[in-house]
Each structure stands twice: as structure tokens, then as C-alpha cells.
Design a protein around this ligand. Structure first.
Ligand code: ZN
Length: 138
């Protein structure tokens, strides 16, 4: 959905001008995240020279009921791109796995860990919008 300037400004200030998920200050180019995915419909486009086909979005949604302003959260680009079509709880699970994944795949991480430079914690993942709603705007 296309937001008016006023709607976009209201959305930006929904959680104090911060990303609903990580809580960073929203920069220019922040995203309007569908809390529950609206899943854009798409078709294959023309075949390109290298044989692949582009994806063309039709502008329609599989779940149009989710493409409403109440279902939008302001998000920084990295959070929005990583969340993709996950629900909030799936997003939380994915974040919880990041440190273990880094340990598995990154020699840099394992080295840093061996020398006490990083430490994996089991701290719960609490989103900014949850803190914000609990503690109020103060
Ligand atoms: Zn964020």
C-alpha cells in the first residue's frame, strides 16, 4: 500500500522514531514492515539473455487483509530485509540462532571466542516495540 506523507510520519513515530525490532534510530530510507506478511503476487517476466527470468510483481497481494496500515511497523532496512516474510515469533527464533550460526561458519568468530573477545549469551530477544509498549514513551 502507498502511504500518504502524514501516514508515513505517524508510522515513523509509532515507537518513538525507532526501529520496531532492534530499536535503532530510524534513518532516511527506513522501511514500512508488514508485521504479518502480505506476500506480494508475482509472475515470471520475459526470459533474459542469460536464460533467467525476472520476477515481476503484479501489485496484488495473496493476503490483502494484511496490507493495511495497522499491520505496518517502522523498521530499519537490515531488520526488514532479514525478517522478510517471517512472523514476529519466527523472526525472534531466527535471531536467536545467529550467534550459533556465526560460531559454526566463521573462523573469525571462533578465534575471537577462544580469546574471550566475544561471548554468546542466552539473553532473551526482546524487540524494541515490546519494551516501548511496556515502559511507555518515557
Ligand atoms: Zn532494526
Amino acid at each position: 500500500m502507498k502511504l500518504t506523507k502524514k501516514q508515513r510520519e505517524e508510522l515513523r513515530m509509532k515507537f518513538g522514531g525507532r526501529c520496531a525490532y532492534c530499536g535503532c534510530e530510524l534513518q532516511k530510507g527506513w522501511h514500512a514492515d508488514h508485521v504479518e506478511a502480505a506476500l506480494r503476487k508475482w509472475n515470471f517476466g520475459e526470459r533474459k539473455q542469460n536464460g533467467t527470468r525476472a520476477i515481476v510483481y503484479t501489485g496484488e497481494h495473496w493476503k490483502p487483509e494484511n496490507d493495511v496500515v495497522e499491520n505496518l511497523f517502522p523498521a530499519c532496512a537490515p531488520c526488514n530485509l532479514f525478517k522478510a516474510t517471517f512472523s514476529v515469533e519466527m523472526f525472534r527464533e531466527q535471531i536467536a540462532e545467529q550467534a550459533e550460526r556465526a560460531r559454526q561458519y566463521s573462523v573469525n568468530f571462533r578465534t575471537a571466542e577462544r580469546f574471550g573477545q566475544v561471548q554468546i549469551t542466552q539473553s532473551p530477544i526482546v524487540f524494541w516495540f515490546e519494551k516501548y509498549q511496556r515502559e511507555g514513551a518515557s
